[in-house]
Design a protein around this ligand. Structure first.
Ligand SMILES: *Cc1c(COP(=O)(O)O)cnc(C)c1O
Length: 373
């Protein structure tokens, strides 16, 4: 064994001893709901495909048509020759939906956050980040070289205290938060954060990866980031903001400049998905209504989004719960550290428009009787 292999094997053994080793499982998604895994057909509550659009006939047809016309790949960075005509159309739709002057599409949500934050703040600036913000906002924070201050989850008093003690010593300040927290399903107090930001001459950025279309409400953030890969059933990330901000991002964001443009099919699929959502307002309300039916059946705090966590604390307990649900035909993957803080391993249920009500009732009964007892 080489020293590198020895290092990898030892590290893996350590992680396995803590129930933190991870592995990939072939998961054949038949549609937006059912998955074939290990030879078993399971009803998935672990897809972020909230409107089941990954398999919608019109979304798939748009992707196929884009391949036929524009090819399988973009061929270069968007700033070189990869900016196929489908981009402009989708950016205009996103800006209209979010009520901003302009939008910019990135290769993924992760690339968007890793690229945006370092353009907006740098050395000598202040960056306030919610402690439960998504990993890729932290990646952007680290790349920015700004002075990072973590605030307690959704704690406005803490944000204010940090602004009071640190704002004056820094040139610019940016507050970043998920709009819908990906592992807890709760919402950031964006209106109140915007008031604080204004009072202290700071800017506000929201990550709406899990909220687009399925969680309504005003978003006063200056920078509205999100993804094409969840509700829209495709792949890619976006930022909606004012024209000068978008122009600066297009000029300076390293993850946009030095990475190939999205395949035309991804852009066309997201664009078709937005049209489907616009034509059927009831569709986007369905996932949260299904999540609420589940939280009512369990008699736990009402769901604020399509995401419902059940915290089981130890990683081993979360893995056992996943196995118990799998035996009943449900796929709910255990979420373990470092995706969630130490001691808060959980089951994370993601509800989609297509989940049958009867299965939600059966799921709640099993969770009540086999997991919460
Ligand atoms: C999924 C997710 C991302 C990353 O988006 P991708 O397009 O999958 O890279 C960013 N932020 C949050 C909050 C997410 O949940």
């Amino acid at each position: 064994m080489s020293s590198l292999d020895r290092f990898a094997a030892q590290k893996l053994a350590q992680l396995a001893a803590q129930d933190l080793r991870r592995s990939l499982v072939d998961s054949a998604r038949e549609d937006g709901l059912w998955i074939c895994r290990n030879g078993k057909r399971l009803l998935s509550f672990s897809c972020n495909d909230y409107l089941n659009l990954t398999h919608h006939p019109r979304v798939k047809a748009a992707a196929i048509a884009a391949v036929q016309t524009h090819g399988a790949g973009a061929g270069a960075s968007r700033l070189v020759t990869g900016n196929h005509p489908l981009y402009g159309e989708l950016e205009a739709k996103l800006a209209r939906l979010k009520g901003t002057e302009a939008a910019c599409i990135f290769g993924s949500g992760y690339l968007a956050n890793a690229g945006i934050v370092p353009v907006i703040v740098g050395e000598g600036d202040l960056l306030l980040v919610d402690e439960l913000a998504h990993s890729c906002l932290w990646a952007g924070a680290q790349l920015s070289r700004a002075k990072v201050q973590t605030f307690r989850h959704n704690d406005l008093a803490h944000v204010e205290a940090l602004l009071r003690s640190h704002r004056a010593q820094h040139r610019h300040a940016l507050i970043v938060t998920d709009r819908v927290f990906s592992m807890d399903g709760d919402l950031a107090p964006l209106a109140e954060l915007a008031v604080l930001a204004r009072a202290h001459d700071a800017w506000l950025m929201s990550d709406d990866a899990h909220g687009l279309a399925v969680v309504d409400g005003d978003n006063p953030a200056d920078l509205k980031m999100g993804t094409l890969s969840k509700t829209l059933g495709s792949y890619g990330g976006y930022l909606c903001a004012s024209q000068p901000v978008i122009d600066l991002i297009r000029t300076r964001a390293r993850t946009l400049i030095y990475s190939t443009g999205l395949p035309p099919a991804s852009v066309a699929a997201a664009s078709a998905a937005l049209d489907i959502i616009a034509a059927d307002p009831a569709l986007a309300a369905a996932p949260r209504a299904k999540a609420r039916a589940f939280t009512r059946a369990l008699n736990v705090a009402e769901a604020q989004s399509p995401i419902v966590p059940i915290v089981l604390h130890e990683a081993a307990a979360a893995l056992r719960a996943q196995a118990a649900l799998e035996a009943e035909g449900f796929l709910v993957t255990a979420i373990r550290p470092p995706t969630v803080p130490e001691g808060t391993a959980r089951l994370r249920f993601a509800f989609t428009a297509g989940h049958p009500d009867s299965e939600i009732v059966r799921l709640a009964t099993i969770v009540r009787e086999k997991i919460l007892t």
